[in-house]
Design a binder for this molecule. Structure first.
Ligand SMILES: Cc1cc2nc3c(=O)[nH]c(=O)nc-3n(C[C@H](O)[C@H](O)[C@H](O)COP(=O)(O)O)c2cc1C
Length: 188
Protein backbone atom coordinates (compact mmCIF):
# COMPACT_ATOMS: atom_id res chain seq x y z
CA UNK A 1 0.00 0.00 0.00
CA UNK A 2 1.14 3.51 -0.76
CA UNK A 3 0.26 6.28 1.70
CA UNK A 4 0.73 9.97 0.96
CA UNK A 5 0.46 12.89 3.36
CA UNK A 6 -0.25 16.21 1.65
CA UNK A 7 -0.43 19.75 2.99
CA UNK A 8 -3.74 20.06 4.81
CA UNK A 9 -4.64 20.64 8.42
CA UNK A 10 -5.35 17.67 10.74
CA UNK A 11 -2.17 16.02 9.47
CA UNK A 12 -2.49 13.95 12.67
CA UNK A 13 -5.08 11.87 10.80
CA UNK A 14 -2.42 10.71 8.35
CA UNK A 15 0.09 10.01 11.13
CA UNK A 16 -2.47 7.99 13.13
CA UNK A 17 -3.40 6.07 10.00
CA UNK A 18 0.25 5.13 9.50
CA UNK A 19 0.44 4.00 13.14
CA UNK A 20 -2.66 1.80 12.75
CA UNK A 21 -1.15 0.14 9.66
CA UNK A 22 2.18 -0.30 11.47
CA UNK A 23 0.43 -1.93 14.47
CA UNK A 24 -1.13 -4.39 12.02
CA UNK A 25 2.26 -5.04 10.40
CA UNK A 26 0.98 -3.90 7.02
CA UNK A 27 3.86 -2.89 4.74
CA UNK A 28 3.52 0.71 3.64
CA UNK A 29 5.39 2.93 1.21
CA UNK A 30 5.24 6.60 2.17
CA UNK A 31 5.44 9.99 0.46
CA UNK A 32 5.19 13.23 2.45
CA UNK A 33 4.76 16.49 0.54
CA UNK A 34 6.89 19.54 1.30
CA UNK A 35 3.99 21.47 2.87
CA UNK A 36 2.86 18.38 4.83
CA UNK A 37 6.33 18.37 6.43
CA UNK A 38 5.82 21.99 7.48
CA UNK A 39 2.34 21.24 8.84
CA UNK A 40 3.66 18.30 10.87
CA UNK A 41 6.03 20.79 12.54
CA UNK A 42 3.26 23.37 13.04
CA UNK A 43 0.48 21.08 14.30
CA UNK A 44 2.16 18.18 16.07
CA UNK A 45 5.05 17.21 18.32
CA UNK A 46 5.92 14.35 15.99
CA UNK A 47 9.41 13.85 14.63
CA UNK A 48 9.42 13.28 10.85
CA UNK A 49 12.23 10.71 11.08
CA UNK A 50 10.06 8.71 13.53
CA UNK A 51 7.04 8.96 11.22
CA UNK A 52 9.17 7.69 8.34
CA UNK A 53 10.16 4.67 10.46
CA UNK A 54 6.49 3.57 10.33
CA UNK A 55 6.96 2.89 6.61
CA UNK A 56 8.82 0.11 4.84
CA UNK A 57 10.05 2.51 2.16
CA UNK A 58 10.10 6.29 2.01
CA UNK A 59 10.11 8.20 -1.27
CA UNK A 60 11.04 11.78 -1.96
CA UNK A 61 8.12 14.01 -2.96
CA UNK A 62 10.01 15.43 -5.98
CA UNK A 63 11.53 12.13 -7.15
CA UNK A 64 9.66 11.26 -10.32
CA UNK A 65 12.04 8.38 -10.94
CA UNK A 66 10.82 6.53 -7.79
CA UNK A 67 8.94 3.21 -8.30
CA UNK A 68 5.37 4.56 -7.63
CA UNK A 69 5.79 6.80 -10.71
CA UNK A 70 5.48 3.75 -12.95
CA UNK A 71 2.50 1.51 -13.63
CA UNK A 72 4.87 -1.46 -13.80
CA UNK A 73 5.38 -1.19 -10.02
CA UNK A 74 2.88 -3.41 -8.24
CA UNK A 75 0.93 -1.24 -5.81
CA UNK A 76 -2.53 -2.49 -4.78
CA UNK A 77 -3.91 0.65 -3.21
CA UNK A 78 -3.05 4.26 -2.47
CA UNK A 79 -4.45 6.50 0.26
CA UNK A 80 -3.88 10.27 0.33
CA UNK A 81 -4.56 11.45 3.87
CA UNK A 82 -5.10 14.32 4.33
CA UNK A 83 -5.52 15.46 0.72
CA UNK A 84 -5.22 19.18 0.03
CA UNK A 85 -7.44 20.82 -2.57
CA UNK A 86 -4.30 21.54 -4.62
CA UNK A 87 -3.32 17.88 -4.77
CA UNK A 88 -6.96 16.92 -5.44
CA UNK A 89 -7.10 19.41 -8.31
CA UNK A 90 -3.82 18.23 -9.82
CA UNK A 91 -5.01 14.61 -9.75
CA UNK A 92 -8.41 15.51 -11.21
CA UNK A 93 -6.63 17.16 -14.16
CA UNK A 94 -3.81 14.69 -14.66
CA UNK A 95 -1.18 17.27 -13.68
CA UNK A 96 1.50 14.96 -12.35
CA UNK A 97 4.45 17.14 -11.39
CA UNK A 98 5.32 15.45 -8.08
CA UNK A 99 5.39 11.85 -6.87
CA UNK A 100 2.03 12.01 -5.05
CA UNK A 101 0.09 13.30 -8.05
CA UNK A 102 1.98 11.03 -10.48
CA UNK A 103 1.41 7.94 -8.31
CA UNK A 104 -2.30 8.82 -8.09
CA UNK A 105 -2.42 9.26 -11.88
CA UNK A 106 -0.89 5.80 -12.22
CA UNK A 107 -3.47 4.29 -9.83
CA UNK A 108 -6.29 5.76 -11.95
CA UNK A 109 -4.87 4.66 -15.30
CA UNK A 110 -4.12 1.16 -14.00
CA UNK A 111 -7.63 0.97 -12.50
CA UNK A 112 -6.31 0.32 -8.99
CA UNK A 113 -7.79 1.46 -5.68
CA UNK A 114 -7.24 5.13 -4.88
CA UNK A 115 -8.73 6.66 -1.73
CA UNK A 116 -8.65 10.39 -1.21
CA UNK A 117 -9.32 11.89 2.23
CA UNK A 118 -10.03 15.54 1.34
CA UNK A 119 -9.68 18.24 3.98
CA UNK A 120 -11.24 21.62 3.33
CA UNK A 121 -14.24 23.55 4.56
CA UNK A 122 -16.35 25.06 3.14
CA UNK A 123 -16.03 23.39 -0.24
CA UNK A 124 -16.20 25.57 -3.35
CA UNK A 125 -17.77 24.51 -6.63
CA UNK A 126 -14.20 23.96 -7.93
CA UNK A 127 -13.45 21.49 -5.13
CA UNK A 128 -16.78 19.72 -5.58
CA UNK A 129 -16.34 19.48 -9.36
CA UNK A 130 -12.88 18.00 -8.91
CA UNK A 131 -14.22 15.45 -6.43
CA UNK A 132 -17.08 14.51 -8.78
CA UNK A 133 -14.62 14.13 -11.65
CA UNK A 134 -12.53 11.71 -9.59
CA UNK A 135 -15.53 9.85 -8.14
CA UNK A 136 -16.71 9.19 -11.70
CA UNK A 137 -13.32 7.56 -12.39
CA UNK A 138 -13.80 5.19 -9.46
CA UNK A 139 -11.71 7.10 -6.95
CA UNK A 140 -13.09 6.77 -3.40
CA UNK A 141 -13.68 10.21 -1.91
CA UNK A 142 -13.58 9.67 1.84
CA UNK A 143 -14.09 12.92 3.78
CA UNK A 144 -12.92 12.47 7.38
CA UNK A 145 -16.41 13.21 8.68
CA UNK A 146 -16.79 12.32 12.34
CA UNK A 147 -19.52 10.05 13.68
CA UNK A 148 -21.07 10.49 17.11
CA UNK A 149 -23.25 7.39 17.56
CA UNK A 150 -20.32 5.69 19.33
CA UNK A 151 -20.18 8.56 21.88
CA UNK A 152 -16.58 9.71 21.38
CA UNK A 153 -15.14 11.46 24.44
CA UNK A 154 -11.75 12.43 23.03
CA UNK A 155 -10.30 13.57 19.72
CA UNK A 156 -8.49 10.23 19.62
CA UNK A 157 -11.79 8.32 19.80
CA UNK A 158 -13.26 10.61 17.13
CA UNK A 159 -10.27 10.12 14.80
CA UNK A 160 -10.03 6.37 15.46
CA UNK A 161 -13.60 5.78 14.33
CA UNK A 162 -13.01 7.71 11.10
CA UNK A 163 -9.80 5.75 10.52
CA UNK A 164 -11.52 2.46 11.34
CA UNK A 165 -14.04 3.18 8.61
CA UNK A 166 -11.12 3.95 6.29
CA UNK A 167 -9.55 0.57 7.15
CA UNK A 168 -12.95 -0.98 6.27
CA UNK A 169 -12.54 0.43 2.76
CA UNK A 170 -9.25 -1.46 2.49
CA UNK A 171 -10.63 -4.69 3.95
CA UNK A 172 -8.38 -4.39 7.02
CA UNK A 173 -9.59 -5.67 10.41
CA UNK A 174 -10.53 -3.04 13.02
CA UNK A 175 -12.40 -3.17 16.33
CA UNK A 176 -14.41 0.06 16.00
CA UNK A 177 -17.89 0.21 17.52
CA UNK A 178 -20.40 -0.44 14.77
CA UNK A 179 -23.92 0.78 14.31
CA UNK A 180 -25.44 -2.72 14.34
CA UNK A 181 -23.97 -3.36 17.86
CA UNK A 182 -25.20 0.00 19.11
CA UNK A 183 -28.59 -0.58 17.50
CA UNK A 184 -28.93 -3.95 19.26
CA UNK A 185 -28.22 -2.28 22.63
CA UNK A 186 -30.80 0.44 21.92
CA UNK A 187 -33.49 -2.21 21.46
CA UNK A 188 -32.78 -3.71 24.94
C1 LIG B 1 -1.06 25.09 8.30
C2 LIG B 1 -1.67 24.91 6.93
C3 LIG B 1 -2.89 24.29 6.82
C4 LIG B 1 -3.46 24.11 5.56
N1 LIG B 1 -4.66 23.46 5.49
C5 LIG B 1 -5.19 23.19 4.28
C6 LIG B 1 -6.41 22.42 4.21
O1 LIG B 1 -6.98 21.99 5.22
N2 LIG B 1 -6.87 22.13 2.98
C7 LIG B 1 -6.26 22.56 1.83
O2 LIG B 1 -6.75 22.24 0.75
N3 LIG B 1 -5.12 23.30 1.88
C8 LIG B 1 -4.57 23.61 3.07
N4 LIG B 1 -3.41 24.34 3.14
C9 LIG B 1 -2.83 24.86 1.90
C10 LIG B 1 -2.00 23.81 1.14
O3 LIG B 1 -0.97 23.33 2.00
C11 LIG B 1 -1.39 24.40 -0.14
O4 LIG B 1 -2.40 24.57 -1.10
C12 LIG B 1 -0.28 23.56 -0.71
O5 LIG B 1 0.10 24.08 -1.97
C13 LIG B 1 -0.63 22.11 -0.85
O6 LIG B 1 0.47 21.40 -1.40
P1 LIG B 1 0.55 19.81 -1.37
O7 LIG B 1 -0.81 19.30 -1.66
O8 LIG B 1 1.54 19.47 -2.43
O9 LIG B 1 1.04 19.42 -0.01
C14 LIG B 1 -2.80 24.55 4.38
C15 LIG B 1 -1.55 25.15 4.50
C16 LIG B 1 -0.98 25.33 5.75
C17 LIG B 1 0.38 25.98 5.85
Amino acid sequence: MLVALSGATCIELGIRFLKLLHERKIPVDLIISDVARQIIAIETNENIAEIEKLATRNYQFRDLTAPPASGSTKIDSMVIIPCSMKTLSAIAHGYSDNLITRAADVMIKEKRKLIIVPRESPLSAIHLKNMLRLAKLGVIIFPPSPTCYHHPKTIEELFNHVLGRLLDQLGIETNIKRWDDIHEKLKK
